[in-house]
Design a protein around this ligand. Structure first.
Ligand SMILES: Cc1ncc(COP(=O)(O)O)c(C=O)c1O
Length: 496
């Protein structure tokens, strides 16, 4: 049975082609089967004969069917072993592949299609200091160290930049370290990859937050670490569950848990440090967006209260400045330095000298602090408008998680509207909202009724317009293309 969705943006001939192809690959149509004649199928589907002919020609061109004069279109033999059979793979692998497909489909969506994009991790172009960056680039190239561009330099990164980072973190996050403990990395995953190499022989098992940052989890998985997901509750990772696991390494985002936004209170921080000290454990603290707290002072980092060197501290310029720079840093406890040097002595730096020099000039001349004040103000306005509009329009139909900090919030739907449905409906209105499901390691633990909204890319008017549209679409079914369409089976409590 072929279904035509007239509201779809996919041309009808492609819909017919895709469904017949699927039947051939899936085995519903086998070698020698005859396709319905173009006239009969066109009549059955109420489409033009030309449309069906186009679908058949495409199938014929790709070798799925053959046009035999006098007999019509006949299914050809395909080597089915070469095809991917979902039924032959394990449920776990299938769900991983499906999640991956869904995520890549989301990422590959033509950004031009969307009028409003609540993307997390990308930025409003108006904030990046382009002209200053150009000026500092020229200054770096004219400086006396400019000859360094012709050399391999320090594997840990430029000393000037490490000193700037040390001073900044001391004042802003209470982090205490020397420049020797700092390694400039090209992003959080690069830092985690190095950490995995350091610990792979000692303890290739990692406790992670559930839900948690999937960008970190993939690094642990690729390094063959055993993953121990530990539930996150309203005060951060469940330390009792962590104690029950035999993991010695834990990766956490205590100051703004990703994605839920919960903050780990001081009692739990002390408890966690105590766990690490007692168990010879190591805590990887990812302090990825601490620059942005809107209605309170920044929370001191775990590293700043650690008396026993149990914390590896990670920070990034991706949230505060730009993800395209690919610059981050890792601060190792002193006792790990010899191991780090032993393993990576032969490595070269990964972040280009010029980029490091520009950033260190930017920081040393006071621009960084000024920029942070400006960015914080701009994101606070967007954050406040988003939270206020959501509260005014959606009221107690939603719960907002993780507000007052960072560049995203999580929206939970109290009546259980399904993530897939919410995303599809938003898409129909040219609004892109994001799933939470990729952040769960054990998918069954997730209630499927949340979405993620990043607010850094949209301006204040766009945020109001988009939320107003979403409220109508999600709660009043205004202009929803799927209403009454039996092919769409995602759950919505209004349609029960
Ligand atoms: C929890 C967390 N850590 C770190 C990052 C950024 O890492 P990177 O330095 O690789 O850009 C992100 C980005 O989304 C994140 O969500």
């Amino acid at each position: 049975m072929i279904y035509i969705n007239e509201k779809s943006e996919i041309p009808i001939y492609q819909q017919i082609y895709a469904q017949i192809k699927e039947d051939i690959i899936g085995g519903a149509l086998v070698e020698g089967d005859k396709l319905a004649s173009t006239r009969v199928l066109a009549k059955e589907l109420c489409v033009s004969r030309n449309t069906v002919e186009n679908s058949y020609s495409q199938l014929s061109l790709e070798g799925y069917v053959e046009s035999i004069p006098g007999s019509g279109f006949i299914v050809k033999n395909i080597n089915e072993e070469l095809f991917f059979h979902p039924s032959k793979i394990s449920d776990k692998l299938r769900s991983t592949i499906e999640a991956y497909d869904r995520e890549s489909a989301l990422l590959n969506d033509d950004s031009l299609f969307y009028k409003y994009n609540f993307q997390y991790g990308s930025f409003d172009d108006s904030i990046f200091p382009y002209s200053l960056w150009r000026r500092l680039t020229a200054q770096a190239l004219l400086s006396i160290d400019s000859k360094k561009i012709n050399f391999y330099n320090d594997k840990q990164g430029e000393l000037d930049l490490r000193i700037e980072i040390m001073n900044y973190l001391k004042g802003f996050r209470g982090v205490s370290c020397t420049p020797e403990q700092i390694v400039i990395c090209s992003g959080n995953q690069h830092a985690l990859d190095l950490i995995c190499k350091i610990f792979s022989k000692y303890s290739p098992k990692i406790a992670i937050e559930e839900p948690g940052y999937d960008g970190a989890r993939i690094v642990f998985e690729n390094n063959n670490f055993e993953i121990n997901p530990i539930p996150v509750q309203s005060d951060g990772i469940n330390i009792v569950e962590l104690e029950k696991s035999s993991a010695k390494l834990v990766y956490i985002t205590p100051s703004h848990q990703f994605p839920t936004g919960v903050i780990m209170p001081i009692q739990n921080r002390i408890h966690l440090l105590h766990w690490a000290t007692q168990n010879d454990g190591v805590i990887i603290e990812d302090d990825y967006d601490s620059e942005f707290r809107y209605h309170s002072r920044p929370i001191p980092s775990l590293q700043s209260i650690d008396q026993n060197e149990r914390v590896i501290y990670l920070g990034t310029f991706s949230k505060a400045l730009s993800p395209g720079l690919r610059m981050s840093y890792m601060i190792l406890p002193k006792w790990l330095l010899s191991k780090y040097n032993e393993l990576f002595n032969g490595y070269y730096p990964t972040v280009p000298w010029l980029q490091q020099k520009i950033l260190s000039l930017y920081m040393s001349s006071g621009h960084w602090e000024r920029y942070l004040r400006k960015a914080r103000l701009s994101y606070k306005r967007k954050h406040d408008i988003l939270v206020q509009t959501l509260t005014n329009l959606m009221g107690d139909q939603v719960i907002i998680h993780g507000n007052n900090a960072g560049l995203h919030i999580v929206l939970e739907f109290v009546n259980g509207e399904h993530e897939d449905w919410l995303i599809e409906i938003a898409k129909a209105h040219k609004i892109k909202v994001y799933p939470i499901s990729p952040f769960w390691y054990i998918k069954e633990s997730y209630s499927n009724n949340m979405i993620l909204l990043g607010f850094s890319m949209l301006n204040e008017e766009e945020i109001i317009e988009a939320i107003t549209l979403l409220e109508k679409a999600w709660f009043h079914h205004f202009g929803n293309p799927f209403d009454g369409d039996s092919n769409v089976s995602v759950y919505c409590h209004y349609c029960k």
